[in-house]
Design a protein around this ligand. Structure first.
Ligand code: NAD
Length: 551
């Protein structure tokens, strides 16, 4: 890595920009690279989700953010800053569109070609709009799914159960901790031995080995002993197939390799990492074809394990689509995690909300966690905060991911804005969320699979969400398209708002956070979900709000 690429987020109270709103966004641009997987290539996570188009764009973004006034809006096209326009002081500071290609042309081939020519980039969900906070971002998602699995299939507890999964990359590296937090044992297959060693160094797994027998002995299959998690160096397709053959049936089976990206995200069977790299360079089509074929082998093994009694689901990485593309017709017999386990939460606007202490001070994060716990009405929130405080190490700027719902997010953020104003915190706080949220995403094979009214592929919702967030004055609003590996499959919206302690920030936070979750609840209500209809009625969401008396 060169000098230029060694990016870390600024800490402390010194401003390099004209205000905290701009400074907060700049610190997040730096932070996603500080905690990212391959910062030297600007890659944050998900195989090739980037923070900026190229290093020239990165430098231009930094310069633009430093100079940006409150009454201006910076426009960013797929990771490259394009222009600065005058705007009202309460309008967004940054507007982004990333990886969008019109429907008929949104193919993987077109995306790869346009990206290679430097015209677009894949921003993932939270990379291109600087909202990624490290593996914690997906940690609670994985944990919530495991909890739902426990409730539905294992009388509320995964103690003594074995979870088989794979992938220890940017997001995947959250899995060992989530498995431990859920009280289960885990076998996590990862083809890159360095990622296994990293998980061991971090203390997230008890053992890293390339010996399946040793791994299985270590997780003490069948016993109700303490939870143990093992990183197994190997190829998921090979290991899953071997387990399916052996007759040993894990209780829960899933996968979090970067399967969505057949070229860069999934190592084909029988290849070492260096052989895979060479094949990608020499014959990318063959590399992708072999990866898809291997995914089909893995999915077939997952179905055999399911037939033998395992609970099997896809964890939001498009594995089933890739296996289907390889001609394996049964892939969609496997459940998608969102439809099966998370939808009731999304119906109430509950999803992956996040806060970041811009000061860099851990004491600010403690104070924020304490306040979130004190305000929580649902016991799960306090329970999660306790678990997170005990188990989640700091990664980059101190941050917390915490699933909050409609009304809960704005109530908390307004209190925090008050704390900033009174000087109780060392610096302002930034709020954001994953795009994988109730209003923020359309992906017919992930977040919006199997919508009750058939609206799974309708991407009006994230676009409306982004427009509404802009109208509400959020500080950064982004519309992301599928891009690498998700081309043609996804549309999503991202949002960031800084609580700088001002009254203007309070207005922005209240309006934008409620609009975001409110639209999410209405979307599910519109699709016919009773839970969402009840939540909308309780919160007074819908057309009736238009007839409210003028304030
Ligand atoms: P990443 O590219 O950082 O890591 C992928 C890992 O998979 C790498 O460590 C790689 O070595 C490993 N791998 C590749 N092929 C393998 C094989 N055949 N066997 C075993 N290991 C293999 O990606 P990431 O950031 O960890 O993301 C993983 C997936 O999760 C992506 O598809 C991403 O889009 C998806 N995702 C899911 C959620 C969610 O809520 N569930 C959220 C965000 C992202």
């Amino acid at each position: 890595m060169t000098e230029q690429t060694r990016v870390t987020a600024a800490r402390g109270r010194r401003l390099r920009c004209r205000g905290w709103r701009q400074e907060g966004l700049l610190r997040m641009l730096e932070n996603v690279l500080e905690v990212g997987e391959r910062p030297e290539d600007l890659v944050v996570y998900a195989a090739r989700a980037k923070a900026a188009r190229d290093w020239e764009s990165f430098a231009a973004l930094v310069e633009a953010l430093r100079a940006l006034r409150d009454d201006e809006t910076l426009v960013v096209q797929s990771g490259k800053p394009i222009g600065i326009f005058p705007s009202p002081a309460d309008a967004p500071l940054v507007l982004m569109a990333c990886g969008n290609i019109v429907g008929r042309y949104a193919t993987q081939e077109n995306f790869d070609d346009l990206a290679a020519r430097g015209l677009t980039m894949f921003g993932g969900l939270t990379a291109g709009d600087w909202q990624y906070i490290g593996f914690q971002g997906v940690l609670q998602g994985v944990y919530e799914v495991l909890q739902a699995v426990a409730r539905e299939h294992f009388a509320g507890s995964l103690a003594g159960r074995l979870v088989l999964t794979s992938g220890l990359g940017g997001m995947g590296s959250a899995q060992p901790l989530a498995i431990t937090m859920a009280g289960a044992s885990g076998l996590v297959v990862e083809v890159d031995e360095k990622k296994c060693a990293r998980a061991l160094d971090r203390g997230h797994v008890d053992l890293a080995t390339d010996d399946l027998g040793e791994a299985l002995a270590a997780v003490e299959v069948g016993s109700a002993g303490p939870s143990r998690v093992v990183a197994l160096v190997g190829n998921a397709a090979a290991v899953y197939a071997e387990l399916a053959q052996s007759g040993l049936v894990p209780d829960v089976v899933t996968d979090l390799t970067a399967a969505h990206d057949a070229l860069f995200g999934y190592c084909p069977l029988g290849l070492s990492l260096s052989e895979w790299g060479r094949l990608r360079d020499e014959d990318p089509e063959e590399a992708a074809r072999r990866a898809r074929e291997s995914m089909a082998v893995e999915v077939e093994a997952m179905l055999r394990l399911r037939a033998a009694g395992a609970i099997v689901f896809e964890d939001g990485n498009n594995l089933r689509v890739q296996a289907g593309a390889a001609g394996f017709s049964g892939a969609f017999e496997i459940d998608g995690f969102a439809e099966r386990y998370l939808r009731p939460l999304f119906c109430r606007g509950i999803g992956p909300f996040r806060w970041v202490a811009l000061s860099g001070e851990e004491s600010d994060l403690h104070e924020l966690d304490r306040l979130a716990g004190a305000l929580a009405v649902r016991p799960e929130v306090q329970q999660w905060l306790d678990l997170a405080r005990r188990n989640v190490p700091l990664q980059g700027l101190p941050a917390r991911s915490c699933w909050l719902g409609h009304g809960e997010r704005s109530a908390f953020a307004l209190e925090v804005n008050g704390l900033v104003s009174s000087g109780r915190l060392a610096a302002p706080v930034l709020f954001t969320r994953d795009h994988f949220d109730s209003g923020g995403m359309t992906h017919p094979h992930i977040g919006t699979e199997g919508m009750a009214d058939g609206s799974s592929a309708i991407s009006d919702w994230p676009i409306l969400d982004a427009l509404l967030l802009s109208a509400s004055g959020a500080d950064l609003v982004a519309v992301h398209g599928g891009g690498a590996g998700y081309a043609g499959y996804m549309q999503s919206a991202g949002v960031t708002i800084v609580a700088d302690g001002t009254e203007a920030a309070a207005r922005r936070l209240g309006r934008a956070l409620d609009a975001d979750t409110g639209l999410g609840v209405l979307r599910y209500a519109d699709a016919g979900y009773e839970v969402a209809r009840a939540a909308a009625a309780t919160a007074g969401l819908g057309l009736q709000t238009a007839s409210r008396p003028l304030a």
